[in-house]
Every structure is written in structure tokens, then in C-alpha cells.
Write a protein that binds this ligand. Structure first.
Ligand SMILES: [Zn+2]
Ligand SMILES: [Zn+2]
Length: 302
């Protein structure tokens, strides 16, 4: 391994309260659903392991919630000095490494306040993965720039997701994915429950690993074995084979996933039904009727 390549890991954790609060569906019942607390424990151990691999490794954790995405770590809010239990130095942390202590505390507090705040808001069954990805990419751009002089910082994103895909996010998500590809940021996905066509595409495009874990209780093992090694080290390992990618696109008119559709020749928007005016760029197409026009043209040369 080259000495001055440091690895930055951004974990996007799906904290959707609807999905985490759901009773296990029939097909997941056999393998026992884990609780959000158990999942957090695994993610924290995984985060510690990443930080231990190299003392200059970097970490960030983003929560993709049902109505917002927020940074759980690092929080740039300075600690309030007048806390009731501000013994400061006297605080007992069982000899735990101070950085790990800080990571755990910020993640725990962040998730707690997210769950408390969403009690009075509206709940949606999907999470804002596209928004969280965009936040991660902005953060990566900022940190890579500010670390330019102290060696290369190679960044990757890991999405841990349980809730269902939201095809309304298709366009935003794809924009984020192509940005990641351009910035050489690998997107990995560790899927807990519902297979995600959108994340399959994201991993395939950016060269990451997509894995739907067979046993939710074994989350930590999958995280440590499959997702801890840096992409540079992965060719040396035997990792799960690539999955069949569901490459359907969502139509721009109804956000339905379609196999065959109409594409605007000007802006490349995808539609599930023919329309004489493109809904995105307003280009007007001459109407021969789509099938008739094609037939006439193909007859002439023959
Ligand atoms: Zn449509
Ligand atoms: Zn168009």
C-alpha cells in the first residue's frame, strides 16, 4: 500500500422510522429483524475499525431520514460549556480512545434527536438517499480540497439501507451517481431488506459492491469482511459476485420504472407514452404518428 494514501469513508445510514418500526415482513421473519440500536452498534464498531486501519483515515456518518438528511458525525457544533454534567476531564470513559468516544456519542445523540423530532412531523416510508448522497459528495469535495497538500485522500460512500426505493428520486439520484463517477468516488451498498434497483445501478456505475445481506443479524460480519477493505485492496480478495443489475429507468412523467419507452432526441428525457411536445425541454415533434412515419421512410429505399 502506498504510504500517503488515506482513506475517507462516508457512511449513509437509513434511519427511516417507518421501516425500522415495522414488524418483520413474512420473508424476513425467518431471519429475525434487528433493531435500530443493534444496527447502530454494528455501524459504530465498523466505523472504529475503519479509523483503526490507518491513524489518518477519515470518517463521516450521514443519516438518511424520511423527511431530511443530516450529518451525525462530524458535527461542527461546538460543545456547550454549561452542560450540567460538564466534569470535563473527570468524565470516566473506561479508557476508551477519545476519538471513538466522540464518534459514538455524536451518532447516538444525532439519531436520538432525529427520532424525537420526527414524532410531530409527517412520516414517509422511503428515505432521502439521493439527498444524503449529494451531501456526501459535497463533503468529499470540500475535504479532498482542504487535504490536498498532505497527501492523497481517497473517498468512498457506503449506503446501509432497509426501506424501499423511491422512484421519485430517480433523477436526483442518477445525477449524484454520475457526479460520484466523475469524482472517482466508489458507492457501495449494504441492503438490509428490499432489493434496490437504484442502488444496484449506483454501485455498478461507480465500481462499488452491492450486497443484499442474507442475514440481518450478521450485519457486522458483512460490514467487516466485505465493506471494510479499501477499493484498492479489493482485487486481492474473494468478494461476493456481482449481482444482476436492474437497469430499468424511471419515466420522467410518472416516475414509473419502465423497460421500453420514448426518448426525446433533444434532451434525452424518457417517457412511457408518446407525446408531440417534450415535457422537459418543450421541443415540438412533427406528428406523422410515430409508427406510420417510420413505415413510410423504410419503404422508400426498398
Ligand atoms: Zn410515465
Ligand atoms: Zn426534450
Amino acid at each position: 500500500m502506498t504510504e500517503n494514501v488515506r482513506s475517507q469513508l462516508i457512511v449513509i445510514l437509513d434511519t427511516n422510522p417507518v421501516w425500522w418500526g415495522q414488524k418483520p415482513s413474512s420473508h424476513t421473519k425467518a431471519q429475525q429483524k434487528m433493531t435500530l440500536t443493534e444496527c447502530l452498534d454494528s455501524v459504530m464498531v465498523f466505523a472504529h475499525s475503519h479509523l483503526m486501519m490507518n491513524h489518518s483515515n477519515k470518517l463521516a456518518v450521514i443519516a438518511a431520514h424520511s423527511d431530511q438528511s443530516v450529518f451525525l458525525y462530524p458535527k461542527n457544533v461546538p460543545p456547550t460549556p454549561d452542560l450540567p454534567d460538564s466534569d470535563g476531564v473527570a468524565e470516566v470513559n473506561d479508557g476508551k480512545y477519545e476519538l471513538f468516544n466522540q464518534v459514538d456519542k455524536q451518532i447516538e445523540e444525532g439519531v436520538k434527536s432525529l427520532i424525537e423530532n420526527c414524532m410531530n412531523g409527517q412520516l414517509y416510508p422511503e428515505s432521502l438517499i439521493a439527498g444524503a448522497l449529494t451531501m456526501a459528495l459535497c463533503y468529499i469535495n470540500k475535504t479532498e480540497k482542504s487535504h490536498e497538500e498532505s497527501g492523497i485522500l481517497s473517498s468512498r460512500i457506503l449506503v446501509i439501507k432497509g426501506s424501499e426505493d423511491n422512484t421519485e428520486q430517480y433523477m436526483n439520484l442518477m445525477n449524484a451517481v454520475f457526479t460520484a463517477q466523475k469524482q472517482n468516488v466508489v458507492i457501495d451498498a449494504c441492503v438490509l431488506d428490499n432489493d434496490s434497483g437504484l442502488l444496484q445501478q449506483a454501485c455498478d456505475i461507480t465500481g462499488g459492491i452491492y450486497l443484499k445481506i442474507p442475514q440481518m443479524k450478521g450485519l457486522l460480519q458483512y460490514l467487516l469482511w466485505v465493506f471494510l477493505p479499501d477499493p484498492l485492496e479489493r482485487p486481492k480478495l474473494t468478494l461476493p459476485p456481482k449481482v444482476q443489475v436492474d437497469y430499468r429507468a424511471a419515466c420522467f412523467c410518472h416516475r414509473n420504472l419502465i423497460d421500453v419507452g420514448y426518448v426525446c432526441s433533444v434532451c434525452l428525457s424518457i417517457f412511457c407514452a408518446f407525446s408531440p411536445i417534450c415535457g422537459t425541454c418543450q421541443t415540438t415533434f412533427k406528428i406523422f404518428g410515430p409508427s406510420k412515419g417510420v413505415k413510410k421512410k423504410s419503404k422508400k429505399p426498398g
